[in-house]
Design a protein around this ligand. Structure first.
Ligand SMILES: Nc1ncnc2c1ncn2[C@@H]1O[C@H](COP(=O)(O)OP(=O)(O)OP(=O)(O)O)[C@@H](O)[C@H]1O
Ligand SMILES: [Mg+2]
Length: 399
């Protein structure tokens, strides 16, 4: 139809009055149908010309984006469209994309509506191409609030399922130490009864002390279980701050290095040296590194048993918008079964382990929308690769 109208208008001077009227009618019809298509879209639309002026829009966009004036009044105005948007982040995003001619770019934003609820929007900038030429931009605004809420709900349900597993695991884990405590107390009781029968002579001091030692050990084990359980189930409250990760890792390495060196294990830290700061929670970041390094220390001690040759390495780098941490040890490594179960709550191969350390690490990394990968070969060693996205703009909203 567009081609037809164009061809006919080029010969406008040769057309009769009736023909011109009919052409006008066709154009009005076409315009109306285009208008109704725009209005029936569930995506908000702003069409901008090369001078960033608003050419066209649909009504829905007006209820989603906060404009300082009615769009009808902005249409055709000289000022660039972002100047009428009352959200600083969105205005800055549009300005940056338009002025630098960035197209096919998308970003998520959150807006507090006048009613006080939060709305999540995805804004996409696409090129407006006409006759093969770039004539402006199309700004598409999609409301992703419902999807976002569903994601949060799913996330919560996943957490609840994890919690159920964790509670079941905890109940199971508690049984053994409780059983042991009960047996040792019974033994002491029996000895006391026997002593009473034998004219109040007390049982041997060493006998009682040995049993009490076991009871104390088991109580300590229970205590660790409960503490770790609480850590694992407590929702993670992140205190995000702009920090230099190299500086934090350096501090941690200095802290645990003596313990490694004492067992003849070398520690190396290859820092990115970028000096770039990223948004992170210092305490949670510390938990991740400490859990992994303590496991590495145990694996290295198992393999080298005080002999030289053990090496623990931490390297970090910034790649695009990701902070990547690699932590490696050349310790005893893991069997395929352990590798498959390493993040499962209560999975441990250690006599006194709770098996919650790596569960915590996994939880923290996921909470920050990060990824964690582990590779290990029995007898050779283990490598963890962890990536955190930067900046974590949305993390604040999901807390
Ligand atoms: N670097 C590593 N090398 C070899 N095995 C590892 C390493 N890291 C973890 N593992 C294995 O994964 C298991 C689970 O680790 P996790 O930290 O969750 O629990 P744990 O260390 O056993 O207990 P806890 O952390 O409470 O002391 C460990 O028991 C161990 O078998
Ligand atoms: Mg551990």
């Amino acid at each position: 139809m567009r081609g037809y109208v164009k061809r006919v208008t080029q010969k406008a001077e040769k057309l009769s009055k009736e023909q011109i009227l009919s052409l006008l009618e066709t154009m009005v019809d076409e315009n109306e149908s285009l208008y109704s298509v725009l209005e029936s879209l569930s995506t908000g639309l702003l069409i901008i010309d090369n001078n960033f002026k608003l050419l066209r829009f649909n009504t829905i966009v007006e209820s989603w984006l906060p404009f300082s004036e009615r769009l009808e009044d902005i249409q055709g105005n000289e000022n660039p469209v972002w100047e009428y948007i009352e959200d600083e982040d969105i205005a800055a995003f549009l300005k940056k994309c338009m002025e630098n001619n960035i197209t096919n770019s998308s970003e998520d934003f959150s807006i507090v509506t006048s009613g006080g609820s939060v709305r999540f929007l995805t804004i996409t900038i696409s090129p407006l191409v006409n006759d093969g030429e770039l004539n402006g931009k199309v700004i598409l605004v999609r409301d992703i609030t419902e999807k976002r809420n569903q994601d949060v709900l799913l996330h919560r349900m996943e957490n609840l399922a994890n919690l159920t597993n964790l509670a079941a695991g905890m109940a199971h884990e508690i049984k053994n130490p409780l059983g042991a405590i009960s047996i040792h107390i019974q033994l002491i009781q029996k000895a006391l009864e026997k002593a009473r029968e034998n004219e109040d002579k007390l049982p041997a001091k060493k006998f009682v002390e040995d049993h009490i030692d076991v009871v104390n050990e088991e109580i300590e084990h229970l205590n660790k279980l409960v503490m770790d359980f609480l850590l694992a189930v407590r929702p993670i409250k992140a205190q995000l701050e702009l920090k230099d990760p190299d500086k934090l890792i350096n501090g941690l390495v200095e802290f645990f290095k003596p313990e490694f060196n004492k067992s003849g294990i070398k520690v190396e830290f290859h820092e990115s040296g970028s000096g770039k700061k990223i948004m992170l929670d210092e305490k949670l970041f510390r938990d991740v590194i400490m859990n992994i390094s303590q496991n590495a220390l145990a694996a290295l001690k198992t393999k080298y048993q005080g002999q030289e040759g053990g090496l623990f390495t931490i390297s970090d780098k910034i790649e695009g918008n990701k902070f990547i941490l690699t932590i490696a040890d050349n310790g005893c490594g893991m069997s395929e079964e352990t590798l498959a179960k390493i993040f499962e709550p209560y999975y441990t191969t250690k006599a006194n382990g709770t098996g919650l350390g790596m569960t915590m690490v996994y939880k923290i990394v996921k909470e920050f929308s990060g990824e964690i990968f582990v590779d290990s070969k029995e007898g050779e060693g283990t490598v963890f690769a962890i990536s955190f996205p930067i900046p974590q703009k949305d993390a604040k909203l999901l807390q």
